[in-house]
Design a protein around this ligand. Structure first.
Ligand SMILES: [Zn+2]
Length: 53
């Protein structure tokens, strides 16, 4: 488990995979899985993906 970087709520890894983006169950902030062992997360980028189009 780790903590949400926005609200410090405990976030458990429920079958999340590397790079998966999911909302914090407490504050709803979009979080990205940085690593699964040990579980680490960061706020997901909020800007739309820009592929240069
Ligand atoms: Zn949160």
């Amino acid at each position: 488990m780790t903590e949400c970087p926005e609200c410090a709520a405990t976030v458990a890894n429920h079958d999340l995979i590397l790079g998966e983006v999911f909302p914090c169950p407490d504050c709803g902030t979009e979080l990205e899985v940085l690593a699964t062992e040990p579980f680490a997360i960061q706020p997901a980028p909020t800007e739309a993906e820009d592929w240069g189009e």
